[in-house]
Design a protein around this ligand. Sequence first.
Ligand code: PGA
Length: 268
Amino acid sequence: MSTFWIGTGWKMNKTVAETRRYVADLKTRLPSELGSDYALFVIPPFTALAAAREAIGAAPVLLGAQNMHWAEAGAYTGEISAPMLKEFEVDLVELGHSERREYFGETDATINLKVKAALRHGFRPLLCVGDSAEERAAGASAEAVVRQVRLAFAGLTKADFSRCLVAYEPIWAIGESGVPASPDEAKGVHVALHAALKELGAPKVPVLYGGSVNLENAEALASEVAIDGLFVGRAAWSAEGFASLIAKVMAARKRAGLARAEVMHAIG
Ligand code: PGA
């Protein structure tokens, strides 16, 4: 079984004190056996990265940042560079979330610069792509996100791709007013993304689903073969919520794996 990713981005939430409490709590709730079948990550705000790194210690939880500038340093007031993130031993960098694209003017071109900078510094870029409600209504969901992936990953080498992650996050599915994608609809877009990645020479890039993932829909989403992970907001902003979600996903994937094995056995 290939690695299944489960992570949470906290957006503009949690102080240093809240981060310490969250991570300490999460550590007591993690399943004892994760093995290489699962990769977990948390993405706190910049101000809580040091506290999160310290609190995580040797626990099997990767640490991510929510954004990063493409330059090493310079006159970019309010921005954070890769060498700055390096000090917190950040593992991954979330890039191109739809909130960054919508409110902070991120474009496919700047995201491409950021992806390359993240790779240069040894981080794993977690590229977020998403279709708008209008694109969905026009039947252009797959087309829209495939274009975002192509532009964000332009100029990458095969070795670069081995470090990349993609999250499919439909804009209409994110946040309080979002409606989660059905597993079937998500699957359709994931299949298209996998096909496009294969064409780019990157057949192994994991594609996670994000957008109103919760305890009710996590099992069905995680049982889809084309979905390689879940990227969760609100439902994982408490350690209890995140841990319950992890447990649900692990149980569902175990059942799905067993069912597949039975079919394989039956058909010889
Ligand atoms: P949500 O956020 O799970 O709260 O909808 C998802 C995201 O923006 O990554």
